[in-house]
Design a protein around this ligand. Structure first.
Ligand code: VG1
Ligand code: CO
Length: 544
């Protein structure tokens, strides 16, 4: 078979964001666009001979075409073996697990995660390194630098690979292995959780639960693990077949976009437990009967109950959370006597801490939690962790969370997203805030006095890499915080994220609606950041 060396010219916009390169499908469909980026990855990774690459995606529109292109490019670039998910399907956590299990050089995940799909939606490419985790900044920068000067790429002239039939075939010298999308991942889950106990919970008694895969990649995993393996009744998993446009929905598991599931869990005859996942299966939303578990609380509850779960019964080395995530898990860490690390937004910052054995559990406020079993966040894992805890404690989700608050206090938390605002005003808002930072300390806003204000900088405790400007923080003397940053995953204009947190130790005050508990902080945030004046928005698009 012939290897074509195709001449190309660089695109100037191939800078990866919080989680890979994310653009509209139309951008990716431009001639050479995907190829340039993939070749930039291969050129940055170094010698590909004798190496294995893992490849899959969340099944969104353009997944299949992109898989065929990448297979042929990987073969032309001399990769020895490619493990590709059947039908082109692999969730982000499964990809991470497979990279680690087979000691692959890395993996390519085709996903724009929680962004909508379809011909008018988004597409994305994430590159994960040999530890199974998202490429760290020095790698994504090398890829971006390469994309700015690239002048050719290599691709094999060959017919398309059959992605449906499990087993091996050849593309030139390269072995292409179509693998079961679920098998390796399920095996890993069985090694961590007490499946027998969860099975008993699901079949005995009257425990009922409902999963919404939002027509995205978690569907096949959820069907296999919850229904086929653990014995939950058929129909427990809703919207479990991945669709190219996610059924027209927004595959983001939060109270707004997963409203079908929310309606079920808040109905009169609501089940005991509910969960949803995002496009690529790395996020989770946990619901009890008429009860929403804030992701930051979920992380804290998992940390506090880790000893009940076989895979974590030896205890945790440490925990880590992204900076905007609430400090609830810090309180658990303090009580257990382990370290709690604070990193910038994005899973890539947890990689070194996990590799170094400094942290066991990690989490982000954006519905992401996971552990050292892989190097990505993991939606199904979080649900199995919860089910394992529920099976052992035999209490409701609400009881478990309320007891947690009684022990540790409650961190009221909310995030306001202002989506698709204009880039100019969004940047002005952040720059203005930055310029205000030195003047805020000691200032009084209503009952709140500013204790510190800065733009978060992170020094990686393992390799010393410094990441600047990771979000404006305004902390108050009572421990409350306002955090403001711009999203690095959107594809239209800018998304402003405002994170609000306040701490309430008194159990008598744990029953407030967070929007009420945080009302004055919200007003202060709007006032300091001048959100209305600068964005023209009266209200956020999404509140979580
Ligand atoms: C968002 C979240 C962040 C998460 C990232 C990728 O980033 O805030 O916590 O790691 O998405 O998640 P940003 O820059 O838009 O705030 V996923 O599920 O899209 O891979
Ligand atoms: Co995701």
């Amino acid at each position: 078979m012939n290897i074509d060396k195709v001449s190309t010219t660089p695109f100037s916009d191939q800078k990866p964001g919080t989680s890979g390169l994310r653009k509209s499908v139309k951008v990716f469909q431009q001639p050479h666009y995907l190829e340039n980026f993939i070749q930039s990855i291969f050129d940055s990774v170094g010698n590909l001979h004798f190496q294995t690459l893992v490849l899959g995606g969340d099944g969104r529109y353009y997944n299949r075409q992109a898989i065929q292109i990448i297979l042929k490019m990987a073969a032309a670039n001399g990769i020895e073996r490619i493990k590709v998910g059947q039908g082109g399907i692999l969730s982000t956590p499964a990809t991470s697990a497979i990279i680690r299990k087979y000691q692959a050089i890395g993996g390519i995940i085709l996903s724009a995660s929680h962004n909508p799909g379809g011909p008018n939606g988004d597409f994305g490419v994430k590159y994960n390194i040999s530890n199974g985790g998202p490429a760290p900044e020095k790698v994504t920068e090398a890829i971006y630098d390469r994309s700015k000067v690239i002048d050719s790429y290599q691709i094999l002239e060959a017919p398309d690979v059959d992605l449906e039939t499990l087993g091996e075939s050849h593309l030139g010298e390269t072995v292409v292995e179509v693998i079961d999308s679920v098998h390796d991942y399920q095996e890993l889950m069985e090694s961590l959780f007490d499946f027998e106990r969860i099975h008993q919970l699901l079949i005995k008694g009257n425990f009922r639960f409902s999963i919404d895969a939002l027509h995205a990649v978690a569907g096949p995993y959820a069907h296999a693990i919850f229904e086929s393996r653990l014995g939950a009744p058929a129909g427990t998993v809703r919207n479990g077949t991945p669709l190219e446009d996610f059924g027209g929905g927004h595959p983001d598991p939060n109270l707004v976009y997963a409203h079908e599931l929310v309606d079920i869990l808040y109905a009169e005859d609501a089940p005991d437990f509910g969960a949803a996942f995002d496009g690529d299966g790395d996020r989770n939303m946990i619901l009890g009967r008429k009860f929403f578990v804030t992701p930051s609380d979920s992380l804290a509850v998992l940390a506090a109950n880790a000893k009940l779960v076989p895979g974590y019964s030896a205890g945790l080395a440490g925990v880590a959370r992204s900076m905007p995530t609430s400090q609830a898990v810090d309180r658990v860490a303090a009580q257990i006597g382990i370290e709690s690390y604070e990193t910038p937004t994005g899973w890539k910052f947890f990689g070194n801490l996990l590799d170094a054995g400094k942290a066991t559990l990690c989490g982000e406020e954006s519905f992401g939690t996971s552990s050292n079993h892989i190097r990505e966040k993991d939606g199904l894992w979080a649900v199995l962790f919860w089910l394992n805890i529920l099976a052992v404690r035999q209490q409701s989700v609400e009881q478990i969370v309320r007891e947690h608050w009684q022990t540790y206090g409650r961190n009221y938390y909310s995030r306001y997203d202002y989506e698709e605002i204009q880039t100019g005003p969004a940047n002005t808002l952040i720059e203005r805030l930055r310029s205000l930072l030195p003047t805020l300390k000691g200032k009084q806003f209503g009952n709140y006095q500013v204790d510190y204000s800065d733009d978060f900088s992170y020094t990686d405790s393992v390799d010393g890499t410094i990441s600047h400007q990771q979000g404006v923080r305004i902390g108050f003397t009572d421990g409350s915080r306002i955090v403001v940053r711009l999203s690095g995953t959107g594809t239209q204009g800018a998304t402003l994220r405002v994170y609000l947190e306040s701490y309430e130790p008194d159990p008598a005050k744990h029953d407030l609606d967070p929007q009420i508990a945080l009302a004055s902080l919200i007003t202060i945030a709007q006032e300091i950041a001048q959100i209305r004046e600068l964005t023209g928005r009266e209200q956020p698009t999404v509140i979580t």
